[in-house]
Ligand binder design. Structure first.
Ligand code: F0G
Length: 351
């Protein structure tokens, strides 16, 4: 009869809250860690998927947003603002509803998936489409939060990182120790920063015996960290990670170097291949950006960088239903049949 209480209640002693903090929650976290059979076979490793699309608004952002909105509420904020490629805005909008706050979101015009736009609308946020990319939106949001009475809830807000680090706790709690390798998609680089912080905290307190190597993957058209320079006009079908100047760039480099990991890129083609594999072979439907982690693992395996027998966790960050265009694109149209069992059986190859 006990349900998961949300990350703040589950990990209260490891988060910056007190007995009087007004917790704003949708009972996020507690997401499935799913053994990946086909990926394990292909790599000769024990691969698990941390399925973050199972969160209340369909992405990992909810872990950070419960903390950010809770702290904004505690500090008396009446309104919050964020820049987003779609998931942060969906999450901010939902938690703002719970907190009774106004939520303003800035999104790059024409570059966010329909499901995410639908979320921002139905949760009742104030949406501005900006004639620019995500990096422009973030600059605008920062400026507005500095000059107007509105709290910024992007991952430059340290409470976001605090909330998101709980995913590492859940993984160690489930596996009994840290994995050998942790693989993530990288966009604005907040999540890799958060996971690394979580793993370090558990290791420092001897909850785990070690920390994993952190492997991050950017989309080739939006790979500033890999290139070592800002990408002025980022492009990729994985709109969630279409980012040319990540806010947590330096933290991502620290996670990479302190953990002995690396940050590499995957092409849109590799992302789509992993996207289809995850759904059709593992039964896990994710959005394209989320498939970048798995695409990266497969690329690394093909390059001989993955020693056999290791325990690997790939975070798949968002739900496939947010951006189903890529599931439908290129797929054959289902055939239409009359209301007739014989005809249906024949079409299904049963007859
Ligand atoms: N995967 C998904 C589905 C995302 O939405 C994001 C980021 C990432 C991966 C990358 O995470 O930025 O912490 O490195 N989405 C942000 C947004 C930018 O606005 O929703 P990151």
């Amino acid at each position: 009869t006990h349900q998961w209480r949300g990350i703040i209640e589950e990990y209260r002693d490891r988060l910056p809250v007190s007995d009087t903090t007004p917790v704003v929650t949708l009972r996020e976290g507690g997401t499935p860690l799913v053994p990946a059979q086909v990926l394990s076979e292909r790599t000769g490793c024990e691969v698990h998927l941390k399925v973050e699309g199972a969160n209340p608004t369909g992405s990992f952002k909810d872990r950070g947003m419960t903390m950010a909105i809770t702290k904004a509420k505690e500090e008396g904020a009446k309104a919050v603002i964020c820049a987003s490629t779609g998931n942060t805005s969906a999450s901010a909008a939902a938690y703002a509803v719970r907190a009774g706050m106004v939520c303003a979101v800035l999104v790059p015009q024409g570059k966010i998936a329909l499901g995410k736009m639908g979320q921002a609308l139905v949760y009742g946020s104030k949406i501005l489409q900006v004639d620019g990319n995500f990096d422009d939106c973030l600059n605008l949001a920062r400026g507005l939060s500095e000059n107007y009475p509105v709290a910024l809830v992007n991952s430059v807000n340290p409470f976001r990182i605090e909330g998101q680090k709980t995913a590492s706790f859940e993984i160690v709690d489930a596996l009994g120790d840290a994995p050998d390798i942790h693989v993530l998609p990288v966009g604005n680089a907040g999540n890799i920063t958060a996971y690394w912080k979580g793993y370090k905290e558990y290791a420092a307190d001897s909850v785990s015996t070690h920390t994993p190597r952190m492997w991050g993957f950017q989309a080739s058209g939006s790979a500033p960290i890999v290139r070592g320079e800002v990408v002025k006009d980022p492009s990729t079908i994985a709109t969630a990670i279409r980012i040319g100047n990540p806010a947590s760039w330096q933290h991502a480099l620290a996670a990479r170097d302190e953990s002995g990991g690396f940050i590499d890129e995957v092409t849109d083609r590799e992302i789509l291949r992993a996207y289809k594999l995850l759904a059709s072979q593992e039964g896990v439907f994710v959005e394209p950006a989320s498939a970048a982690s798995v695409a990266g693992l497969l690329k690394a395996a093909e390059q001989g960088k993955v020693d056999k027998g290791q325990r690997i966790v790939c975070t798949v960050t968002g739900n496939g239903l947010k951006d189903p265009d890529w599931a439908v694109a290129g797929a054959p149209q289902p055939v239409t049949v009359p209301v007739d069992a014989a005809a249906a059986a024949e079409r299904l190859g049963l007859a």
